[in-house]
Structures are given as structure tokens and as C-alpha cells.
Write a protein that binds this ligand. Sequence first.
Ligand code: HEC
Length: 123
Amino acid sequence: MKYLFPLLIISNFLLSNEIDNSFITKLEYGAMLYKNPRGVGCVLCHKKGNKIVEIAKYKIVDKETKKLVVKSIIAPAINNVSFDKFVQKLKADKTESKVMPTYFLTDDELKSLFYYIKNINKK
Ligand code: HEC
């Protein structure tokens, strides 16, 4: 009988915590998704999200001048995008550049990710 009481408390504690994932904050969850969504991490192309990032440089021959010109593929800053545009982009089958991958994130994941991007540089 002496040991029953603490045992009850422990089992109660375990049960009540079974599906509670509030131990990670929305910001931490967003940060996790940014680095490791289901797919290629946003961080690889967008870095901190607050600046234009040059992902790649390449050279092509200009058809008119026949001269070699340097072009680059650029990832835009994403910290000032509206929620609507953000969702539209991330749910798009293919974005205009065809560089950014297609993601299949849930609405909750998108909300956390957006929250993170908005708060990313405030620390
Ligand atoms: C392989 C590189 C790459 C990865 C990985 C990537 N992006 Fe992008 N992203 C781009 C490029 C390039 C553009 C601009 C052209 C376009 O829209 O296709 C872009 C555009 C965007 C835009 C629109 C910005 C604007 O002003 O139009 C948002 C928002 C965005 N990305 C968010 C994300 C998020 C969130 C992730 C991760 C889930 C991600 N991107 C992963 C390359 C990438």
C-alpha cells in the first residue's frame, strides 16, 4: 500500500502525456521543418530566408551577340511574403523556375513553417 500512491501518480503522468506534443514550441517545430521538411531543406537554397541567394551560376551563348554571358539562378528572400502567396507557392505543382521542389506539407506544417520564417531573424 505504501508504494501504490507514487505509482498511481507516475502512471497518471504517463497517460496524460501520451499525445501531448506541446514540449516543442511552434517556433522549434517550424525551424525543424525549415531544415528538414519532407523533401529538400528550404535552408539549402534560401539560407536565412532574409536575402536573395545565388544558388548557381552558369554560362550560355547569347543568340544575338554570340557572346558568352553569365547567368545565375536566384532564390528570393522569403521573409516578407504574405501567407497567401506562401501557401500558393508551397502547394504549387511546379514553381516558375522549376528549381524549387514540390512539397506535400499539411496545413499545420505550413502554418508552423510560415511562423518560423516570419520570426527567423528576430532573435
Ligand atoms: C532547390 C532550391 C530551393 C529549395 C530547396 C526551396 N526553394 Fe523556395 N524558391 C527557390 C527559387 C529558385 C524560388 C524563386 C523562383 C520560383 O518561385 O520558382 C523560390 C521561391 C520561393 C518562395 C516565393 C518567394 C517570392 O517572393 O515569390 C517562397 C515563399 C519559398 N520559395 C519558400 C520555400 C520554402 C518554405 C522551402 C522549403 C519547404 C523552399 N522554398 C525550398 C528555390 C528553392
